[in-house]
Design a protein around this ligand. Structure first.
Ligand SMILES: *Cc1c(COP(=O)(O)O)cnc(C)c1O
Length: 637
């Protein structure tokens, strides 16, 4: 790789996207084009031309939309939706399963109107429905054009208003299923049903005892907050019978977890759910739907392994396993096959969004030039610079030890007042100069890298114009890994290894874990920054959970959101754009009145004018600077 980089001007047939594993996780959606740019492909039409991501960014910049940008690609949403339904259809046909599949989208995974609207339109042909876990989500669902066959599943804690609205919606022809989560909730349902005199569709959430591995292991099985255990289930069945509602119980729900990495856990969970299904059926419940909730994972790393940010199965395997497990269990018990329902959220939306930010500046962990030595320098300065003579070869480790020691001693001398700032500055420069040589030696010889503990000890620091807390909250909160890579210059060999810091003044605002083809790493290969040449970083598969979990840390607001549709000929159309929060908007979120702030500032300026501290042209400058900022972006412009 190194050799090829020496001549970047000649056309290259290979690219450095391999380094980041884009072929492993890019699926049929992402690739590197002939210009060394990350490009978007039409997944359902592999022969069509790809659209260059840097070109998209350039085009939307020309319209005044600057990074950071959350870019949604409509076809990626269609792709996941189609993949999921096709996979279930195929599994049902090949196993000769007697029931159907009905998907619902759990609104909490991405509540954005635009996403829900698109899913509902594109999902019409699949009778795709919605899952609401709260009253606001129910209100969203009831405003959607649900098809006749679509389900509206109501999970979560429900008060009387929630229950009433859900039951009333039956009169509109909606297949609204109230999933009973607790015995107390059933009492509300019983009361409201009698009052309204409408027969509801009921479901029951069953707490499974099988636990799943992965990030949410601790809250699975017995430790799950939701659902009825065996004892409560029996009580519920009695109460349903007493209140003449048993014939309304049509759905059994169990949620296996989220991002379940191991397919065996899916099978075990589905098998246990079947046992409950069979028993409840035998006790007289006319169950027709088996809902397995979420859990279908996304292979963020592309490793296809049972690990936290990966899964050891494909969507096809997931569907086949689910269908087969249910079929075997129910055939064995001579119970008819139910309609299978899943509430796969992450799988449906994760791929559809890409977060793109620009690198503003860098702190480099090396220096191109040796410091000059001066007469009267402390002798350790000379010792430090002499290390250059034995970096190569068997004394590498010694050289590393010595350089660190001399640098630390020189720092100690400064603290004790024995050397001045000029000498300390040249000592730091000398060390960074050597660091550059150490890095070059490690790149040339991997075994040296093992001695030095990898390049991790020498990483650069790139500063990105974004807020981790606002745009990538799971990276901060639960160490979620997303594929991350530069989106341009991939026909040039990366020359640096870096971590990223955001522009919040919080030291947690950093990304320092990355997915590479060879595994996870604590630094990302990147290129040297060039003046006047924007260097953009793409964070992929951020469509699930991130948008509303994000917060206003340091009052950085929502980034620009742009939805595009690929035309298959290298171009694209902008379908929708939502401008980033202005500073005035963000201030009002925390209860300031932007006009009031401006007035207060104006008064202070006036007082300064009266006092003769500020002249009239300065006054004009100050007021317009304040006003422009209020109307402007919270990010660097
Ligand atoms: C969060 C949630 C889902 C979505 O899970 P994914 O793993 O994202 O598919 C589905 N059902 C329920 C009840 C949930 O709470």
């Amino acid at each position: 790789m190194e050799d090829q980089s020496k001549n970047t001007s000649r056309p290259v047939s290979r690219h450095f996207g391999d380094l980041y594993g884009i072929d492993n996780w890019g699926n049929d959606m992402l690739c590197v084009d002939g210009d060394g740019a990350v490009a978007l492909r039409l997944p359902l039409d592999p022969d069509s031309a790809s659209t260059s991501l840097p070109k998209v960014m350039k085009a939307i910049k020309a319209r005044g939309i600057l990074a950071p940008v959350l870019l949604r690609v409509q076809q990626f949403l269609d792709q996941s939706l189609t993949q999921l339904h096709d996979a279930f259809q195929t599994a049902i046909e090949t196993t000769e399963y007697q029931g159907a599949y009905r998907g619902v989208f759990p609104i909490k995974v991405n509540q954005q109107a635009e996403v829900i609207n698109h899913l509902m339109t594109a999902g019409q042909k699949f009778d795709y429905g919605l899952e609401a876990g709260s009253k606001p989500e129910l209100l969203i669902a009831l405003a959607q054009p649900l098809s006749q066959g679509a389900l509206l599943i109501c999970n979560g804690s429900k008060d009387e208003a929630f229950v009433r609205l859900a039951i009333l919606s039956r009169k509109l022809g909606h297949n609204t299923v109230l999933v009973i989560e607790t015995l107390e909730e059933f009492e509300i349902i019983r009361r409201v049903t009698q009052e309204l005199n409408i027969r509801p569709l009921l479901g029951v959430r069953v707490k499974l005892t099988e636990r799943v591995t992965g990030k949410w292991q601790a809250s699975s099985g017995d430790r799950s907050t939701f659902g009825l255990g065996a004892r409560d289930l029996v009580t519920l069945m009695e109460r349903l019978d007493e209140s003449d509602l048993l014939d309304c119980l049509v759905l059994q729900h169990s949620h296996l977890g989220s991002q379940v990495p191991d397919i065996i856990d899916i099978r075990r969970g589905a098998a246990e759910a079947c046992r409950f299904f069979v028993e409840l059926t035998r006790m007289g419940a006319p169950l027709t739907h088996m809902d397995l909730g979420g859990g279908l994972g996304v292979d963020y790393t592309g490793a296809l392994r049972s690990e936290e940010n990966s899964v050891n199965y494909t969507v096809n395997e997931y569907c086949t396993n689910v269908v087969e497990t249910i079929q075997y269990a129910l055939d064995g018990a001579k119970v008819p096959h139910p309609t299978i329902v899943t509430e796969s959220g992450r799988f449906v939306v994760a791929h559809s969004s890409i977060f793109i930010f620009e690198v503003l500046s860098a702190t480099l962990y090396d220096a191109p030039q040796k410091p000059e030595l001066k007469a009267g320098d402390y002798h350790l300065m000379g010792d430090l610079m002499a290390v250059e003579g034995y970096i190569q070869g068997p004394r590498f480790q010694e050289a590393l030890n010595d350089a660190t020691y001399y640098r630390d001693e020189l720092r100690a001398l400064f603290r004790r007042g024995q050397i001045d700032l000029d000498q300390l500055s040249r000592a730091e420069q000398g060390f960074l100069y050597l660091a550059g040589l150490f890095k070059a030696a490690i790149r040339a010889d991997e075994t040296l890298g093992e001695i030095a503990g990898g390049l991790g000890a020498f990483t650069d620091h790139y500063y990105g114009n974004f807020s981790l807390f606002q745009s990538l909250p799971d990276v901060w909160a639960i160490d979620q890994l997303h594929p991350i890579m530069p989106i341009q210059r991939l026909n040039e060999a990366p020359t640096r290894h870096t971590i990223f810091s955001d522009i919040t003044c919080d030291s947690d605002g950093k990304i320092d874990q990355f997915i590479l083809a060879e595994g996870t790493a604590d630094a990302l290969p990147v290129h040297d920054l060039r003046a006047d040449d924007p260097y953009l970083i793409g964070v992929f598969f951020v469509g699930a959970y991130q948008e509303t979990l994000g917060d206003l840390h340091n009052l950085f607001g929502d980034a620009n959101v742009v939805t595009i549709s690929l035309d298959g000929q290298g171009g694209f159309d902008i379908e929708h754009e939502t401008e980033a929060d202005t500073i005035a908007e963000v201030l009002s979120y925390v209860e300031y009145d932007p006009r009031g702030c401006l007035d207060a500032f104006r008064k202070r300026v006036e007082r300064a004018v009266t006092a003769g501290q500020v002249d009239t042209s300065e006054r004009r400058q100050m007021i317009s600077a304040y006003k422009d900022s209020l109307a402007g972006s919270t990010y660097f412009e």
